[in-house]
Design a protein around this ligand. Sequence first.
Ligand SMILES: [Zn+2]
Length: 342
Amino acid sequence: MPVRTMPWTSAATAAAALAAALVGAGVVSASPAVAATSPTAGASCPSGTLSLRTLESGCTTSTGTVRLADGRTFAVPARGESVAALSVAAAGAEELPEVVVTNTGNSGVAVRVGEAWQGSPSAVRQAERSTLGTADTAHTADTGAATVRPSAASTKCTSKANTQNDYRWSSTVQWYYNPSGTRTTYGDDALRSAADAWTGTITSCGTTVTSSARESFVREATQAPDLTKDGGCATNNGYSVMGWGALPAGTLGVTCVWYDQNGVAREADQRYATRYSWSSTATCSGSRYDMQAVATHEWGHLYGLGHVASGTGQVMEPSGGTCATGSRTLGLGDMTGIAAKY
Ligand SMILES: [Zn+2]
C-alpha cells in the first residue's frame, strides 16, 4: 500500500477556511445557485441549492440540496435521518474528506466535513452530543507504531488499527448490482467476494474472528446508485445498489450510507469510478485497480468502519494502489474492528 496520500484533514480544513473567508469578504459567492435570503431558526429553508452558511440560520428542510465548498452536493436526508459519504482514493491522490449530513427535523441540518460539524448550531450540538464518546473510544491503538515505521506488509497482521463510524446494520444488507458502464468483466463476483469478506467466520493473519454482519445479493438491477458525479449522495430510494459512474479525479469509489437517529443503517449505495481501468480476475496486472480489493474497502465503510492511518497495512487505509490484491483479505485491525462492531 502506498503511503503518499496527503493528510486530508488539514488540507480540507484549510480549504474550507479559505472558502469561508472568501465568502465572508464578499470576494466570491459560495455558488451562484445559493439562495440569497437568510431564513430564521425553525423556518423553512429557501428552495434551491443550500450553502452551509444558509444552514447556519437553523432553517428546516426535507427536500433541499446542500453544496459543500469542494463542490460536492448532497440531497438532505429525510427528517431524523443522516447520510454518510465515504470514499477511497487512488494511489497518490488526495482523499475526499468524509461527509455526514444529519437532518434533525425541527432543529435544522448539520454537516460534518472531515472532523468538524457545521450548519444549524442546535443541530450541530445534537450531532456532537450523539457522537461524543463513540468515535474516540472506538479507536484502537496501532500496535505496529515504532520510531521507524515498518512497511505496511509487515504490520498487516500485527496492527490492531481500526475506527468505527456512527452507524451499524441490525438487519441483513439486501443489495443489487447494476453492471451498466462496468469497466471489468467480473465486477459482480468481485463485489460478492468483497461483501462476504466481513461476515461470518473470518480467517486471516493466522487467526479467526466471527462477525454477525450479514449481506445478501438479491439480483442485478437497472436502478442507478443514489450518488452524484461530484462524489456526493443523492436522494435515496430504499434500495441498496452498487454500480458504476463518474466520480472526481483521484477517487476510486464512494459509499453512501443512510441511517436513522439511533444509528441503524437502512440503505447503502456504492459507485465505482468509470474513469479508471479495473481488474476482476484472479491475477491483476498492469495499471489497473483490483475491483475486489477496492470493493472490500468500500464494504468496510458500508458495515460501519472508518479509515485508519496509512502504513498500518489495513484494508481501511484511505488510499489504494494499482493491483493491491493484498487488500482482498483483512488485516488484524480490520478483523478487530468488524468483530467489535458485530
Ligand atoms: Zn475509504
